[in-house]
Design a protein around this ligand. Structure first.
Ligand code: NAD
Ligand code: MG
Length: 383
């Protein structure tokens, strides 16, 4: 018998985290070693009883103080940001599923990479913020970063049909979100409720709003640039409303490889957890007994200006990713609190990006300070 693979899920109470638990539950080769949650502690405790991890981290010490953790045999409860880092670097952990949302995932994801772990990366914001630094750290430590984002998992899988230097370009698919057919005037009146109802994917709030503005695709352009070492002009975005083709890779002989499956995150999560092997799991199958149409159409950069931001930031590198990521997180929160309009999310991001003092080779500390700066700028922009 092969030894079990020990998995730690950082952000187990979220959408990706819960899908990850389902995958681990179904696969006897995977063992749940640790989990973490930030605020919904009832859910975290339910997960302890249902899935029996050895270590449980509540990363929010405030929330933890107001909560009585029961003495459970064989379970160690820990609190705070440093406990999250300890779990990410724990000697018994083989693979870390980085599923915290936003910049909050940076330190723990970075720590896992520093410790040379295999990282199943859902937390794309870490690569947007510090892609160059993260990839360099992975090369130093020997950590393997495996994409969980469905598009990047598709590209990673399709790339195995050839050599890296034979790739001509990658085509990221985008469902187009709930406003794919809205004109500029309709986009101006979008409400929070409308933005939170995605046609094909069920996800956390932040990424759902990002999908509606197409900022999610902008972040994915930047993610692909760093993860696969591509030039920005090798990345394209195409609209595919059915979310079945998860992305495509074109090789230098003009052959195009696509990866297809129903829109369900369990498959890309599982592939990152079992790589290089494939095994039967809980992901749904495509039903080819029913007729199905797959549409692919060019993306409209005029109606969705976020896309151009993605290409621009992928091109500039340096401090641009940290500024865009922080500005967007902050603007999305403001939109969810009804402080700015839907269209102003991207406008505010562009303004803050244009104002920032660009640096080509920033340190990680510099990037973190740029993140704080951009959040402050967004508050002022709104005021
Ligand atoms: P979510 O909001 O559902 O879950 C977020 C998780 O992060 C929760 O467990 C929460 O407790 C934890 N968290 C929040 N703030 C934290 C903090 N300050 N410190 C520590 N932990 C904190 O988000 P999600 O939709 O699961 O997305 C998670 C990540 O995966 C994001 O980076 C997103 O872009 C990426 N992703 C998600 C999907 C999807 O289908 N949901 C698809 C592709 C990529
Ligand atoms: Mg995606």
């Amino acid at each position: 018998m092969k030894p079990l693979k020990n998995i730690a899920i950082l952000g187990s109470t979220g959408s990706i985290g819960r899908n990850g638990l389902e995958v681990i539950e179904e696969l006897p080769e995977l063992n749940l070693f640790g989990i973490s949650g930030h605020s919904s502690l009832d859910n975290l405790l339910n997960q302890v009883h249902e899935h029996h991890p050895s270590i449980v981290v509540c990363s929010n010490p405030e929330a933890a103080r107001q909560y009585d953790f029961p003495q459970t045999a064989g379970v160690e409860f820990q609190t705070g940001a440093s406990a999250l880092v300890d779990l990410a670097q724990h000697p018994e952990v083989d693979t870390v599923l980085a599923a915290i949302v936003g910049r909050a995932g940076l330190e723990s994801t970075w720590s896992a990479i520093e410790a040379g772990k295999t990282v199943a990366l859902a937390n794309k914001e870490t690569l947007v913020l510090a892609g160059s630094q993260v990839m360099q750290m992975a090369r130093q430590s020997g950590a393997r970063i495996l994409p969980v984002d469905s598009e990047h998992s598709a590209i990673f899988q399709a790339m195995q049909a050839g050599q890296a230097n034979e790739v001509r370009r990658v085509l990221l698919t985008a469902s187009g979100g709930p406003f794919r057919d809205f004109n500029s005037n309709q986009l101006k009146t979008v409400t929070v409720e409308q933005a939170l109802s995605h046609p094909t994917w069920k996800m956390g709030k932040k990424i759902t709003v990002d999908s509606a503005t197409m900022m999610n695709k902008a972040l994915e352009i930047i993610e692909a640039r760093w993860l696969f070492g591509l030039e920005p002009n090798q990345i394209e975005v195409i609209i595919h409303p059915q979310s079945i083709v998860h992305s495509l890779v074109e090789f230098n002989d003009s052959s195009v490889m696509a990866q297809m499956s129903p829109p369900d995150m369990k498959l890309p999560i599982q592939y990152a957890l079992t790589y290089p092997e494939r095994m039967p799991g809980p992901a749904p199958r495509l039903d080819f007994r029913k007729a199905m149409a797959l549409e692919l159409e060019p993306a409209d950069l005029d109606r969705f200006p976020a896309l151009q931001l993605g290409f621009d930031v992928a091109q500039s590198g340096g401090t641009a990713g940290a500024v865009l990521n922080a500005a967007n997180e902050s603007a999305v929160n403001a939109f969810l609190e009804n402080k700015i309009s839907f269209c102003n999310i991207v406008t505010a991001c562009r303004d803050v990006l244009n104002q920032h003092e660009f640096e080509t080779n920033p340190s990680l500390e510099k990037l973190i300070s740029m993140d704080l700066w951009a959040r402050k700028e967004i508050s002022e922009w709104i005021a």
